[in-house]
Design a protein around this ligand. Structure first.
Ligand code: OFO
Length: 167
């Protein structure tokens, strides 16, 4: 059974996952405006993944007998100075998500809520992947400098190698 604190925190995380999706949609639109369509597709795909993270949590709260209460989603910034700025902000954002997931895990441990702890393990592992992915993209963006088409080419190849769609 979920504690009230756990339900509250899970609901906050659901809203935060939707915010992540919203943020990546905004970034995707910004890339489209710079005619960087590979990056646009990459961030659009990632936005959909964040929506899936939110949906999985909604399903869990319902299955565990909790009440789902969606919060307001803040507007993300629509101003970026460069692709490097976007990548830097993305990695910072994902590190923040990791901290939040760890707080959820701490709550589950405090409550001795082993079901939620087990469910959250997927998110803990996912965050390791997300931070690694965006850390790599940030490094690639730094290396590419002004050669943005080269950066897009590398991202496309990288996605193809991993069997990840960029659209
Ligand atoms: Fe990008 O992470 Fe969701 O959880």
């Amino acid at each position: 059974m979920l504690s009230n604190e756990m339900i509250e925190k899970l609901n906050e995380q659901i809203t935060h996952e939707f915010y992540s999706s919203y943020l990546y949609r905004q970034m995707a639109a910004w890339f489209a405006e710079q005619n960087l369509t590979v990056l646009q597709e990459y961030f659009t795909t990632h936005a959909a993944e964040e929506e899936m993270h939110a949906t999985k949590l909604i399903d869990y709260v319902l299955k565990a007998g909790g009440h789902v209460k969606l919060g307001a989603i803040a507007a993300p910034s629509d101003t970026f100075s460069s692709p490097l700025d976007v990548m830097t902000k993305t990695l910072e954002h994902e590190r923040g998500v990791t901290r939040k997931i760890h707080e959820l895990m701490a709550q589950a441990e405090k409550d001795r809520d082993y079901s939620t702890r087990s469910y959250l393990q997927w998110y803990i592992d996912e965050q390791v992947e997300e931070e690694a992915t965006f850390g790599e993209l940030l490094a690639l963006t730094r290396m590419a400098g002004d050669h943005l088409l080269l950066l897009e080419e590398r991202i496309e190849k990288r996605a193809a190698k991993r069997g990840v769609a960029t659209e």
